[in-house]
Design a protein around this ligand. Structure first.
Ligand SMILES: *Cc1c(COP(=O)(O)O)cnc(C)c1O
Length: 378
């Protein structure tokens, strides 16, 4: 994708979609609990599998639940280690801790677009069972390297593709590269239903165990000699499945709009001193989840915080993003530092985008970023 070759995406026909959803919701609520079971949940799973070309989609209650379910479906638990990107969010790591396993933080490359495979190789131990790459800001790394590394070390791959819906790399859709891909349907993601999540897998055994785990092991999974265990209530509510289906039907419009928003901001900020958007054109299959720029100003973190106070929401300024290995709650698991991840987080301006951001709002963001960058004195 280049800023030049994006057609202005038409805004999604929100009003028309909302009217239809409200009518469908009224019908649904009138017959809940539906004796037919989870009609919209099952339909959503079929539609997700069909549109992604994967054998199974399993709908759950959140992206966090999708990750926890994926890890448990792979029998990952106490005594096991999971190698996870340090360049990630707390929700990427919490499910590893919930599963009773130990997160091992892996640094990213200096650009933040892929894992640092040398760091990964140094940190693999015989207890390592899975690799959990996190496609922060919607950018998947090289799928061939990921597959090779997993193969060489006998690791399962669970992708955190929560921000990467629709991103493609090397012809592959993010979240369909490893054993399981995990997604969130929380508002703000490209495909959303307010809250919710799903996982994608080609493996029948994982899908079967995931379906059991999300609903207190009912139906019970094939145990194959393993002791029976308890599950969770991670079901996706029917009204949310209905909303997710309506948005899935216009996914191409939603994704094109997000890409257009990111590229428009890149165009508007192309020659702003201290705001480097030059690597945007390189990211062909990227979904444009956030507008991304490298801040080449003194004290870039303070600059991002300053922008948030001036009304430009962004990962560092609004959410206080720090690498996972620096989070106090994860301190018991921290071993070697991940310096690239720290530098990338500190230097990246990742502007939060939503469907409701029209060109006028984006022009306002660009104006604020450009003005504040020119005036910046930390
Ligand atoms: C949103 C998100 C999650 C968690 O999803 P929830 O639905 O909020 O539980 C996990 N990882 C990443 C990268 C996310 O963006």
């Amino acid at each position: 994708m280049t800023p030049g070759d994006t057609r202005p995406a038409a805004p999604p026909d929100a009003a028309g979609v909302e009217e239809a959803v409200v009518a469908d919701l009224a019908r649904l609520l009138a017959r809940m609990p539906d004796p037919a079971g989870s009609v919209h949940g099952a339909a959503l799973e079929r539609e997700l599998a069909a549109t992604t070309g994967v054998r199974h989609a399993v709908a759950v209650s959140s992206g966090t639940a999708a990750l926890h379910t994926a890890l448990r479906a792979l029998h990952i638990g106490p005594g096991d280690e999971v190698l996870v990107s340090a360049l990630s969010v707390i929700m990427s790591v919490a499910p590893i801790v919930h599963a009773g396993a130990r997160p091992v933080f892996v640094d990213c490359d200096p650009t933040g677009t892929d894992l640092d495979y040398n760091d990964l190789a140094r940190k693999v131990t015989p207890s390592a069972k899975a690799l959990l790459p996190v496609y922060l800001w919607g950018r998947p790394g090289d799928p061939a390297r990921l597959a090779r590394m997993a193969m060489d070390h006998g690791l399962a791959v669970v992708e955190d593709a929560c921000q990467a819906q629709g991103s493609r790399v090397g012809g592959r859709l993010a979240g369909t590269i490893g054993d399981v891909g995990c997604f969130s349907l929380k508002d703000g993601k490209v495909l959303s239903s307010g809250e919710g999540g799903y996982l994608l897998t080609d493996r029948d055994d994982i899908a079967q165990r995931a379906r059991s785990f999300r609903s207190h092991q009912q139906p019970s999974p094939p145990e194959n000699g393993r002791p029976a265990e308890v599950g969770y209530n991670y079901r996706l509510a029917e009204p949310l499945a209905l909303i997710a289906r309506a948005n899935l039907a216009r996914f191409h419009t939603l994704a094109a709009r997000r890409r257009h928003q990111s590229c428009l901001l890149a165009e508007l900020l192309t020659s702003t001193p201290g705001i480097d958007v030059t690597d945007v054109p390189a990211r062909r299959g990227w979904n444009g989840y956030n507008f991304l720029a490298t801040v080449a100003l003194d004290e870039p973190r303070a600059f991002c915080e300053h922008l948030a106070r001036r009304g430009v929401p962004n990962s560092v300024g609004t959410f206080g993003l720090i690498p996972a290995d620096q989070r106090p709650a994860l301190a018991p698991f921290t071993t070697a530092p991940c310096p690239h991840a720290a530098a990338v987080v500190d230097r990246t301006l990742a502007v939060v985008l939503t469907d409701h951001d029209d060109e006028q709002r984006l022009a306002g963001y660009a104006q604020t970023i450009s003005r504040e960058a020119r005036q910046w004195r930390p």
